[in-house]
Design a protein around this ligand. Structure first.
Ligand code: NDP
Length: 685
């Protein structure tokens, strides 16, 4: 142990409801730009089995008592609390080598992800604890037996093993869907930058927003933690493929079929279109994007562009433009405002990247940058982990191996030429599965060929062109609402993607039974479940009085030819099927003129509405509208409106009510079926 380690603060782990120090002296963690010790790290002697049990029993139980809306509100409050303290995070972030702009991605990008999940949870999830997944599957002709998929939170804990490059975002992007699902987390940041994660976790715990046990932190090795996982736990890993593969094969994970998600190396490609030569907007955008991806976070981004695939005839222009642009990126201490690119996270990491550049240089020539002699504007050249952007050129990429297989996790990319679109696609595929690819083209045919050729090998593909030049979110930015992860070499995992990732922390179960019992389980009325017809119109009931299954069977109304004529001329919908007997008859679906579908829906509203002011505040849409049997003049309509789902909104004086609306004709055949969506007051008057 060095003397320095004794002088700096030792990081603590938050386990079992308390901050705890490891038994050892602590391995020093150094400032990336100056080499000055920032903290010491050690987790030896801590009780990991106890922590896992604490998370499951204490945190899991508390989270599961909350509804999705409660958990979403918690994420929002957390996002607000962290935003209020963001400057403290920025200050420490510089020690990781991050410039202010790099820190923004990590800190505010992470908080933004929390906020995005908070909003989605409130808007797109019901205020329940069980999620209904998909439609009811009828399993008996007489309707007495059906199936329904549901999702419930796993009863274990999520162990998040994260990479060094995003100490905040890496934690928060996994934490948001985990907590929303109702599952506690144990976060293990990569040691190199764990001091920033530790600070953020301290602020989270101090805020008191999360129930105790919902979040624990390990600073240092996870010891024997994985020995204790079972089939209700989930491990998510971000880092090198070698570590990921080792952990995935851990006996307890294999034995218990513990869910394991991996996000590993990725040789992401960016393709310049055949149409996008020098002088086009796409060429300029491409240059800007490649340079940005190489320099943001000093290229230490799992999504960064590593392979630059360009038409052979434009390669010279591309290389010289990129070289100029990269030369204009000042490298230095992130604390210095003049520096646009900081150092790598550590000297060790720089050695690693230099070794990888050596492997690449066996197949490609270095055309920009000198890996051995950094040129910097500030920082300590000897103690800081500086490296200027390194651009390589590989003339025969089809015959090369390393350029498609070796990930230099730093400001490093290799340009490779192609002649035809198929060649560009096959070169990009040589990455064996990546997180993201981008294509810069204004030619739809080229975009179609590239996207269809690459989609099975990628989790995300961005098409860049002049139209989206100002609004595109960029090749390298994972977004909370879009999938982040990739097949094959990228690890085979999937994160984010909006509510898709919440399901990763839940168990999907097919439940079969009689409608009344299925309805009791899900809290949602289904066809065949009990209904309640009483004297009070359901639109006169507030949320306090309304019950799932409350039903209105309306009066009847006969549709006349005059109604159809009137509706047609009133709305302008004079489509022949409503107006021309001969032409309608010739249509394979009709026996003559039919009523408009929207006339049926309008008459249905007229039949089920209760006109006086009351607890129903607004109709905000219909879902799944289907017209099932044609309605002819002379047919008589009737509506059955049944309260299907009640969703009181937290923190508001109203909630959403979903009604099953079935419109039948005089023979009992269903003319139209849909869900009516309304806002209803919690109390009335
Ligand atoms: P590692 O795979 O070494 O580490 C990733 C995480 O796993 C860290 O939290 C690390 O903790 C932990 N870990 C390592 N060994 C074990 C173990 N035996 N048991 C439990 N946890 C373990 O990757 P690095 O962070 O060192 O990065 C190395 C390379 O990974 C990079 O050069 C890059 O190629 C790739 N990488 C890929 C990323 C991606 O998102 N795809 C992101 C970052 C890196 P600790 O730090 O304490 O060892």
């Amino acid at each position: 142990m060095t003397k320095a380690a004794t002088e700096v603060r030792r990081l603590e782990s938050y386990l079992g409801g308390a901050w705890r120090k490891g038994a050892g002296d602590g391995v020093p963690l150094l400032d990336a730009a100056t080499g000055v010790p920032v903290a010491g790290i050690d987790s030896s002697g801590l009780d990991f089995a106890g922590a896992l049990a604490y998370g499951r029993d204490r945190g899991g139980a508390a989270l599961r008592r909350l509804s999705f809306h409660d958990r979403a509100a918690m994420l929002k409050a957390l996002g607000q609390a962290l935003t209020a303290q963001k400057e403290e995070f920025y200050a420490l972030s510089a020690a990781t080598g991050a410039t202010r702009a790099d820190g923004w991605i990590d800190i505010e990008g992470g908080i933004g992800t929390l906020m995005s999940y908070a909003a989605k949870g409130r808007r797109e999830l019901p205020n329940t604890r069980v999620l209904v997944d998909g439609d009811v599957e009828p399993l008996a002709k007489d309707g007495s037996f059906a199936g329904q998929h549901i999702l419930t939170p796993l009863q274990g804990a999520a162990i998040h093993i994260n990479a060094f490059n995003f100490p905040c975002w890496g934690m928060l992007e996994k934490l948001a869907p985990t907590l929303l699902a109702g599952v506690p987390a144990i976060v293990k940041p990569a040691s190199q930058t764990a001091y920033l994660t530790e600070l953020m976790v301290r602020r989270i715990i101090e805020s008191g927003i999360l129930p105790e046990g919902a979040l624990q932190l390990v600073c240092g090795s996870i010891g024997d933690l994985l020995d204790h996982v079972d089939g209700q736990d989930i491990v998510t890993f971000t880092g090198s493929a070698a570590t990921g593969q080792k952990l995935k094969a851990h006996p307890a994970i294999v034995h218990n079929a513990t869910r394991f998600t991996m996000e590993a190396d990725s040789l992401n490609a960016a393709i310049l279109g055949l149409d996008a030569g020098p002088g086009t907007e796409e060429f300029d955008l491409f240059v800007k994007e490649v340079a940005r991806e190489m320099t943001v976070k000093a290229g230490q981004k799992c999504t960064a562009i590593r392979r630059v695939i360009a038409p052979r005839r434009h390669v010279d222009a591309l290389v010289s433009t990129l070289r100029d642009r990269l030369a204009r990126t000042p490298v230095g201490n992130p604390a210095d405002e003049a520096a646009r690119m900081g150092p790598l996270a550590s000297l060790g990491q720089r050695e690693e990247v230099r070794a990888r550049i050596g492997e690449l240089a066996a197949e490609a020539e270095i055309v920009a940058g000198d890996p051995a002699n950094p040129t910097i504007v500030s920082g300590d050249a000897a103690a800081g982990a500086f490296l200027n952007p390194i651009l390589l050129y590989c003339d025969r990429p089809d015959a090369a191996r390393a350029v498609h297989a070796v990930e230099a996790f730093g400001p490093v990319a290799t340009v490779m030429p192609y002649d035809e679109v198929d060649e560009a696609v096959s070169l990009a595929r040589r990455g064996s599965g990546s997180l993201v690819a981008s294509v810069f083209t204004d030619d739809p045919a080229f975009a179609v060929d590239v996207v269809t050729g690459l989609a099975p090998f990628h989790g995300r593909i961005m098409i860049g062109n002049r139209t989206s030049a100002k609004t595109a979110t960029g090749h390298g930015s994972p977004l909370p609402v879009l999938v982040h992860g990739g097949p094959g070499r990228a690890g085979g995992g999937e994160e984010l993607g909006g509510l898709r990732s919440v399901a990763h922390y839940m168990q999907r179960t097919a439940v079969q039974g009689a409608p009344a019992l299925l309805s009791a389980v899900t809290g949602r009325w289904i066809q065949g479940a009990p209904v309640r017809d009483d004297a009070i119109h359901p639109f006169r009931k507030s949320l306090a009085e309304l019950k799932v299954g409350d039903r209105l069977v309306t009066a009847k109304r006969t549709v006349t030819l005059e109604d159809v004529e009137h509706f047609a001329h009133f709305t302008g919908d004079i489509f022949y099927a409503h107006m021309d007997e001969e032409a309608a008859k010739a249509n394979p679906f009709f026996d003559g003129r039919v009523a408009h579908g929207y006339l049926i829906v309008s008459f249905a509203a007229g039949l089920f509405v209760d006109p006086a002011p009351g607890p129903v505040l607004a109709n905000y849409g219909v879902d799944n509208l289907r017209f099932m049997t044609p309605v002819y003049p002379g047919d008589t309509l009737q509506v059955e409106l049944t309260c299907k789902e009640i969703n009181p909104r937290s923190g508001a004086d109203h909630g959403e009510v979903r009604w099953d609306c079935r419109v039948t004709n005089q023979k009992g055949a269903t003319a139209a079926h849909y869900d009516v969506l309304t806002m209803v007051a919690k109390t009335w008057p």
